[in-house]
Structure formats: C-alpha cells, structure tokens
Ligand binder design. Structure first.
Ligand SMILES: [Fe+2]
Length: 185
C-alpha cells in the first residue's frame, strides 16, 4: 500500500543513507510496483501539472502529470533524478554536448521508453527531453537528489539546440497550453 508520508520518509532516509540515486530508485520502484494504490492516495490525474510533495536542499519529490502528446524540450537537472511511472507512458531522448561550426550544441545520444511500473534513474549530468506518446495523461513520481527549483539549470532551444538558462515560466506555460488543449483550463 502506498502511504504518502511513509514514501516521503523512505525517500529522505534513502538520500541520507546513500547520496547516489541507488537507494532512492529502490524506494520509487517499490512504490510504482503497485500503481493503483498511488492513484488511490494522490487521486486520478485530471490535468497536466506538477505538484511538489516535498522540497529541501537535499531532496525534491514531485507528482508530475504530462498532458496528451506533450513534449518537454531538452533540459538538465544538475542533480540525479529517479522517475517512476504509475500511469501512462514517457519516452525520453538523451542528449550529449557537441561542438559545431555554429557553436556548442547537443545531439541525440540515446533513448528510453518508460511504462507503468518502470523506475528509471538518471545521473546528475544527464540532458533529456520527454514526450508523453499517448492520447491520455501520464503520471509519474519524480524524485531528485537536491532542490529541483534551483536557478543554475539549462534548457536547449528545441529548434536549433543551443543552450540557454532554464525558464520555469516557459515550462509553466507549456503545462497551461496542454491543459487548454485538454479543455480543462
Ligand atoms: Fe527532466
């Protein structure tokens, strides 16, 4: 059974005992092994958005819902992340930095599709973009080994793949646009 307070305490204990993502990944994997019980506690997702369940300098826990076919541009976190899917699907593209004649850019370096019950860890240096490939909402627990809302993160322009400062406002508008499409503003 998923119990929110216990999940948060287990994540805090995992991070305190192991600064890498290994212990936290096990906590998330245990939680998403029973996706129905997460829905019972957090509710059936009704719109795109991200709900902060816990935030400290060492740990951030988000309940994140992607809108149908929503894509989030390439970005980094600069802290490790663990993503556990409890409803829907996420397709991730992983990117690496390259030098080009036009300047520093990124190129696609790999991909990972995640489905319900998958718990995937990403290192602190990862750059990824995320697509919800299905016509329904996707919901996931996102656990980060630090403060997700720090101001030292980057995103990459999806058209020319150049780096820029991560803009939380652009992300917020992306979720709002997705909800407008859903007709649930
Ligand atoms: Fe991310």
């Amino acid at each position: 059974m998923f119990v929110l307070d216990r999940f948060i305490e287990d994540c805090r204990a995992a991070v305190a005992a192991d600064p890498t993502h290994k212990a936290a990944r096990e906590v998330v994997a245990r939680a998403v092994a029973d996706p129905g019980s997460i829905v019972k506690v957090l509710g059936e997702p009704t719109k795109a958005g991200n709900q902060c369940l816990f935030r400290s300098p060492e740990l951030t826990i988000l309940n994140l819902t992607w809108g149908p076919y929503m894509t989030l541009r390439p970005h980094n976190h600069r802290i490790w992340a663990v993503i556990g899917i409890y409803e829907g699907a996420e397709d991730n593209v992983f990117w690496r930095r390259i030098e080009t004649e036009a300047g520093p850019r990124i190129e696609a370096a790999g991909a990972k599709s995640m489905r319900v019950k998958d718990a995937c860890a990403m290192g602190a240096d990862i750059i990824h973009s995320v697509t919800n490939p299905i016509p329904r909402l996707t919901a996931a627990l996102h656990v980060y080994g630090g403060d997700f809302y720090r101001d030292d993160r980057s995103e990459w322009d999806p058209e020319n793949l150049s780096e820029r400062h991560f803009d939380f406002e652009t992300s917020k508008r992306l979720f709002e646009a997705s909800n407008a499409l859903l007709g649930r503003v």
